[in-house]
Ligand binder design. Structure first.
Ligand code: 4AD
Ligand code: MG
Length: 496
């Protein structure tokens, strides 16, 4: 892999015969066509290897010359030598070059090589352009780097929780429960077999060969989940609580779905969430865990993703001073304050003429993101853990505080993003939980199994949910959540 070869500027493989394979970032002729330079990347890192082919020395030279350029795939065998030119320490003097796949142009039969239609051509593209070509987007540097960081953050997550004795519980995707009670769930429908065809749809299977095939399956909206209604989960929390209340420290990490018709750079209809749940614990234990975990992820990225972080820092799509911002997160304790205190801070800021919000910051409102961001970007300039929200604006399962007005909830707000984590101590007292269900218009029968956890050996417990894509935004400094997930699902966008 290119990453191994280029580690320590290629010194380990100097003068050795090696084989590399990958896709051309650029190809270039020199010396009146005698030399061909192919810069190859294989996604293992952001780096590439310059391969030098010589018409007099390289087997396969003519084949490689007619590749169509950027995007073509090659396998090259050669000797790694100190580079003759500027710009790289080493280069591969290719003895045998093999063109694996050329880049074809506008002709659909693919006879015309090197047309201008390759969507990931060498020039700089906008992120919007890249999103429109989700199937080829990983060829671009920004998405490739984001995917490497995404992988590392998943690995860091499992490592952190494993090292702290947590068990990974796989919670279901199909469920009858609505954890957040926000009515933002997608339902499911059953696609019946060919016996029940209601409509025939004709689609060309291979766009290059217009063969007509009939798609088997049609929608019968009377059937949900074998006659029962189920939804795609909005959160694994209620399920993971069942295992916490036996195994003590657990977490789930899976896809979650929200039918919010949102077009912001912070929301997706399908996103991944990490949800730890800890027993014999209160809200401050929960916040301590969240702070330790977030800092662990930041430290892991600084130590293991240095090259990609540097790339983002210098990229026009990235953030100036990214690594300093991340180091600051490690060096300072998160700010902790209550919702009630935050409202006073916001009111004072308005009174002093420092800011004018669209809405008045009065006690009881669900803080709009401009206020969340004001707190962490302007007032405290670091992550803020906001606690003890009015019970009316939070979920039924959160523990009621002694004031009976607020609940033991926490939102962690970070600069540029706003809410990255939402969590709470859970209401473990049966009588209070039942009353809260009533108040919130939730039929306690629907969550009978959840109430059973309070009936049989209840314990104080707490947990939180971290939006995985928001973590990747936080680490990369990218602006749009659609750029940090392989296939973003948002309104009207779920073709493949
Ligand atoms: O605040 P939320 O809705 O909390 C829960 O779902 C709890 N059941 C979590 C728990 O206590 N176990 O969502 C948690 C986090 C948010 O802070 C945000 O980072 C992310 O999930 N999130 C989204 N990310 C992307 N797109 C969306 N539409 C999101 N909605 C929430
Ligand atoms: Mg929330």
């Amino acid at each position: 892999r290119v990453k191994e070869v280029m580690a320590n500027e290629g010194t380990q493989f100097l003068d050795k015969t090696i084989t590399v394979a990958g896709w051309a970032r650029t190809t270039r002729n020199a010396n009146k066509g005698q030399l061909l330079f192919v810069e190859i990347n294989d996604g293992s890192s952001g780096e590439s290897i310059q391969c030098v082919l010589d018409s007099e020395k390289t087997e396969g030279f003519d084949e490689c010359k007619n590749s169509g350029g950027t995007g073509a795939s090659f396998q090259m065998v050669g000797t790694l030598i100190a580079s003759q030119g500027d710009g790289q320490a080493v280069e591969l003097a290719v003895t045998t070059g093999k063109l694996l796949g050329a880049v074809y142009g506008g002709n659909i039969e693919g006879t015309e090589i090197g047309g201008a239609l390759y969507p990931m051509s060498k020039k700089a593209h906008t992120l919007e352009h890249m999103r429109e070509h989700a199937h080829l987007r990983a060829r671009g540097r920004v998405h490739a780097a984001a995917m490497r960081i995404r992988h590392c953050m998943a690995y860091a997550t499992h490592t952190f929780f494993h090292n702290h004795g947590f068990l990974y519980i796989h919670t279901p995707i199909l469920t009858g429960a609505d954890c957040e009670g926000a009515g933002e769930q997608f339902g499911v429908t059953t696609l019946l077999g060919s016996d029940h065809l209601e409509t025939d749809v004709t689609i060309p299977i291979d766009p290059t060969k217009p063969v007509n095939e009939t798609v088997v399956g049609a929608v019968d909206y009377s059937k949900d989940f074998f006659g029962k209604r189920v939804n795609l989960t909005v959160s694994g929390q209620l399920n993971v609580e069942t295992h916490a209340c036996a195994l003590s420290d657990v977490y789930t990490f899976g896809p979650t779905f929200r039918a919010e018709n949102s077009h912001t750079g912070r929301h997706l209809a399908e996103f991944w969430m990490i949800e730890p749940e800890i027993c014999f614990a209160d809200l401050s234990d929960d916040i301590n865990l969240a702070e330790d975990y977030l800092k662990y992820c930041v430290k892991f990225a600084l130590e293991n993703c240095a090259e990609d972080l540097e790339f983002f820092e210098n990229s026009p799509h990235g953030e100036v001073g990214l690594r300093d911002r991340l180091k600051n997160v490690l060096d300072n304790p998160f700010q902790r304050l209550t919702y009630t205190e935050a409202i006073k801070v916001l009111q004072k800021a308005e009174k002093d003429g420092d800011v004018k919000f669209e809405e008045d910051p009065v006690w009881g409102i669900d803080l709009p993101s401009e206020m969340e961001r004001y707190l962490c970007e302007k007032v405290y300039k670091k992550p803020v853990c906001l606690t003890d929200y009015p019970k009316e604006i939070k979920s039924f399962y959160m523990k009621l505080n002694d004031d009976e007005k607020t609940v033991a909830a926490v939102d962690i707000l970070v600069p540029k993003i706003g809410e990255i984590i939402g969590g709470s101590q859970r209401e473990h007292r049966m009588d209070v939980l039942k009353k809260r269900c009533e108040e919130m218009g939730l039929d306690a029968k629907q969550v009978w199994w959840y109430l059973d956890l309070r009936r049989y050996g209840t314990v104080p417990h707490a947990g939180f949910g971290l939006g995985f894509e928001r973590l990747i935004l936080f680490i990369t400094g990218l602006q749009n959540i659609r750029d940090v997930i392989p296939f973003p699902r948002y309104p009207q966008n779920a073709e493949f």
